[in-house]
Design a protein around this ligand. Structure first.
Ligand code: CAP
Ligand code: MG
Length: 388
């Protein structure tokens, strides 16, 4: 395949073939009027245009191998502003092998993360330190330690916490990792702490190095606010797994008639080297598209020119009563995580963590949660408060 095939949903008053040609021209060699040389061999062509669907073939030579920002400028650039299109959404793209192999992809994939934790054949269970912001490093460490004592595999910073004065990153990492080491010494339980290193492209590698110097075992990045190239710097230069948060995605993905699908974002995150990616819930607080969840899940985990597999992350309004719905969708190769659904438990963080682990155990055993709760107190308290 020597083309990148991009698929778009299009609404327009033009005949769909004309609209598709307009996209192909604008994103390759054309503009609004004829100029000499438009028909070069770099010109994109319309593969299919029917109903609201336009499929465009972009010659692979249009793309600079390894340059994700440039890929996006081609397949997700000016076209969104074309006056002739009232709505247009990038649905998916088949990326040719030559471009895929220009990227290393995840340095740590699903299998590597499982090996580090010694956690196989089950979903990983995580939490987000809450409140989102405001805790100092020591308080953050206490919350993280309790979550691991309750059995969780991953604790992450929230997406808005970086290196603010109330919780400086170096001190936070040092305090959390010391506490996780203490808990591991007492319980044998290993866990990741995903420290949010989101910052400017000029500093992100240095900030990740500072996190490593203070003991970090995973970093996190807000890929849409920091950029795909920031993620790729982390995955290619930092020897740690990368948890990828997608905050701001809904500005692009939520309108099914205009923007960029989470599927397209998922493929680019795997290319850029994320280990874990938030792809939405099958049951939770955020808006969702079940078919989109399925496509993202498969794009992250299916065989793709040898790139490592990526954990889809179910998060957002999750609590023990929502575990089954999410695991029925994602299966075991996922991370299910809850913030309020752990720390808001009547018994506190340890009990909330235990309740999440118990809900996953119930799902693994195929036992209805209400039955399993009869002899699992923390789970019973959680579903009494939040339901199923
Ligand atoms: C979840 C969360 C995550 C959401 C983002 C929050 O907290 O920390 O950022 O998962 O949504 O801030 O809402 P709760 P998505 O568990 O307390 O809801 O994963 O869909 O991008
Ligand atoms: Mg959050």
């Amino acid at each position: 395949m020597m083309n990148l095939i991009a698929k778009y949903y299009v609404e327009t008053d033009l005949p769909i073939e004309v609209a598709a040609e307009a996209i192909a021209a604008e994103q390759s060699t054309g503009t609004w009027t004829e100029v000499e040389g438009s028909g070069s061999d770099l010109a994109a062509s319309v593969v299919r245009a029917v109903g609201n669907l336009a499929e465009i073939a972009f010659p692979v030579e249009l793309f600079e191998p390894g340059n994700i920002p440039q890929y996006l400028s081609v397949i997700a650039g000016n076209l969104f502003g074309l006056g002739a299109l009232s709505h247009v959404r990038l649905l998916d793209m088949d990326i040719p092998e030559r471009l895929v192999l220009a990227h290393k992809g995840p340095r740590f994939g699903i299998e590597d993360a499982r090996q580090i934790l010694g956690a196989y054949d089950r979903p990983l269970v995580g939490t987000i330190v809450k409140p989102k912001v405001g805790l100092n490093p020591k308080q953050t460490a206490m919350v993280a330690g309790r979550a691991v004592r309750g059995g969780l595999d991953l604790i992450k910073d929230d997406e808005t916490l970086t290196d603010q004065s109330f919780c400086p990153l170096p001190e936070r990492v040092e305090a959390v990792m010391a506490e996780l080491d203490r808990v591991e010494g007492e319980t044998g339980k290993k866990a990741f702490y995903a420290v949010n290193v989101t910052t400017g492209a000029d500093e992100i590698a240095e900030r990740a190095d500072i996190a490593i110097d203070h003991g970090a075992n995973m970093v996190m990045v807000d890929v849409l606010t920091a950029g795909f190239s920031a993620l790729e710097v982390l995955s290619s230069e930092i020897d740690l797994p990368v948890h990828v948060h997608r905050t701001m995605h809904a500005a692009l993905t939520r309108d099914r008639r205009h923007g960029i699908s989470m599927l397209a974002i998922s493929k680019l995150v795997r290319l850029a080297g994320g280990t874990n990616l938030h792809t939405g819930t099958y049951a939770g607080k955020m808006d969702r598209d079940i078919e989109e969840n399925d496509r993202c899940r498969d794009a992250l985990r299916e065989s793709w020119f040898g790139l490592k597999r990526v954990f889809p992350v179910a998060s957002g309004g999750v609590h023990p009563g929502k575990v089954k719905g999410n695991l029925d969708g994602y299966g075991i190769d996922c991370i299910i995580q809850a913030g309020g659904g752990v720390h808001g438990h009547p018994g506190g963080t340890i009990a909330g963590a235990r309740a999440m682990v118990q809900a996953v155990d119930a799902w693994m055993k195929g036992i209805p949660i209400s039955e399993y709760a009869r002899n699992h107190r923390e789970l019973e308290e959680a579903i009494r408060l939040w339901g199923t």
